[in-house]
Design a protein around this ligand. Structure first.
Ligand code: C2E
Ligand code: MG
Ligand code: MG
Length: 424
């Protein structure tokens, strides 16, 4: 089928879906990357064979009801109906990307190809012109090519802006992992007793070439939902461990500095978490005693029994554990003493409100007492003012973290700080 037939079939699909109100019509526009190279290098006959093989591969990997056509020289279009949940559409695009990355065999030679995919979506209950929708997918495909081949981009018409943004974020996030657009920053944690640096918290940053700086609050939840947090979390863990070991080798004063790494709930639920951590430690040669994992109340309260087993396994390795954002989740006090946690981090929201009322100060001092009774030390998060600092030190809180001391620092700035042997 060519472009004309595709448009005709798309009109028919539109007609047949007229009375349905839910779902989307998705169009994928696929363009082979470097096809000209194959034509020029191996001849038109070889080019033709690749085109036929591509069409066959596409046909084999799409739903039987989907419409497939060749709409340009090395360009294919696929149209299908899908649910409102756009993850399905992305999954189809990703599958085709993978399938077409498998080399073609031609004259006993492996020919490597890749595709750029543009994606256009239209709600079934909203009117559209087939040609316009195809054009939109074409535009998106060009955008995908322009921003580096072998990827996909989304172009949606008449869709909720929110859904579109989210979809594009997922696609970009996926690409960001491949392109290694993440960077770790390190925020100092200060000992109140010595005034010295006692640790760093590794905080991930995404510097996107198209979006600029994106804060973890905006992309960690998306990475969680899509599962991208798993490869990302591995990278974070290993990078933080490697960095800490580098600093320990370079600076004697970094010997006993502890690197804290945040774990997300999805990572925490991974059956091979302990193995992953062991591997990160062994490849980076970091002493387990220099690693602390930050988990949240909701993560441990989800499945108390298994969490205790898991945390004990981590403790056996001599890794430390922090309970992050304490006070914002739903801790059950009856369980708290059963978790082998070393540190409790008082959430910033309490620290901020301390100056506003006696009650919050009372809560904070009570949390510190509770932690001490349970054998944990305390880090207060988000200290911004001298007066907050003073109150917390009077409460016998051991450690502080916040802009008053230092913001999260790039690797370079954190290295400078170690070199200066700064105290507070
Ligand atoms: P968190 O683990 O509670 O990290 C502390 C957050 O408070 C950081 O925000 C830090 O920049 C910010 N902060 C520190 N001191 C101050 C202060 O004095 N004032 C204010 N206003 N903020 C302060 P960030 O880096 O934006 O991270 C937000 C959250 O995203 C983190 O909260 C953590 O839950 C998550 N996150 C960050 N990096 C990672 C990561 O590598 N892995 C995972 N799973 N989650 C991460
Ligand atoms: Mg944290
Ligand atoms: Mg926190």
């Amino acid at each position: 089928p060519n472009r004309t037939l595709f448009a005709k079939q798309l009109r028919e699909l539109k007609q047949s879906s007229r009375f349905k109100s839910e779902g989307l019509i998705a169009i994928l526009c696929l363009d082979l990357d470097r096809f000209k190279l194959i034509n020029d290098g191996l001849g038109y006959q070889a080019g033709d064979r690749i085109l036929i093989a591509t069409a066959q591969r596409l046909q084999a990997n799409i739903d039987s009801k989907a419409i497939l056509a060749r709409v340009g020289a090395d360009e294919f279009a696929i149209a299908f109906k899908t649910l409102e949940d756009t993850t399905d559409v992305i999954a189809v695009a990703q599958k085709l990307e993978r399938e077409l990355a498998i080399p073609f065999q031609l004259r006993e030679q492996d020919i490597f190809t890749s595709v750029s995919i543009g994606l256009a979506l239209n709600r079934i209950d909203e009117d559209f012109q087939p040609e316009e929708l195809l054009q939109a997918s074409h535009t998106a495909m060009f955008k995908a090519k322009a921003s580096g081949k072998s990827r996909h981009e989304v172009f949606a018409t008449k869709m909720h802006e929110q859904a579109l943004k989210r979809l594009q974020l997922e696609a970009d996030l996926n690409q960001a992992i491949i392109n290694q657009e993440f960077e770790l920053y390190y925020q100092p944690i200060i000992s109140f007793t010595t005034g010295m640096l006692s640790g760093f918290e590794a905080l991930v940053r995404w510097q996107s070439p198209t979006r600029g700086f994106i804060s973890p609050g905006a992309f960690i939840p998306v990475a969680e939902e899509t599962g991208l947090i798993v490869p990302m979390g591995k990278w974070i863990l290993e990078t933080a461990c490697r960095q800490m070991q580098e600093w320990r080798k370079e600076f004697p004063q970094a010997e006993s500095v502890i690197m804290s790494v945040n774990l997300s709930s999805r990572q925490f639920a991974q059956p091979d978490l302990v193995a992953q951590i062991k591997e990160a430690l062994s490849t980076t040669e970091l002493n387990p005693g220099n690693l602390k994992l930050e988990i949240t109340e909701s993560m441990v309260m989800n499945d108390v029994k298994n969490t205790i087993v898991l945390l004990n396994q981590l403790k056996e390795l001599n890794i430390k554990i922090s309970l992050d954002d304490f006070g914002t989740g739903f801790s059950s006090f009856s369980y708290l003493h059963r978790f082998p946690t070393d540190t409790l981090k008082i959430d910033r929201s309490f620290v901020v409100n301390m100056s506003q009322g006696v009650k919050t100060r009372e809560i904070v001092s009570t949390i510190v007492i509770l932690a001490h009774k349970l054998g944990m030390d305390v880090i207060a998060e988000g200290i911004e003012t001298e007066s907050e600092n003073e109150i917390l030190q009077n409460f016998d809180c051991e450690y502080g973290q916040g802009y008053l001391f230092a913001t999260p620092l790039s690797k370079l700035d954190a290295t400078h700080l170690l070199a200066q042997n700064k105290t507070w």
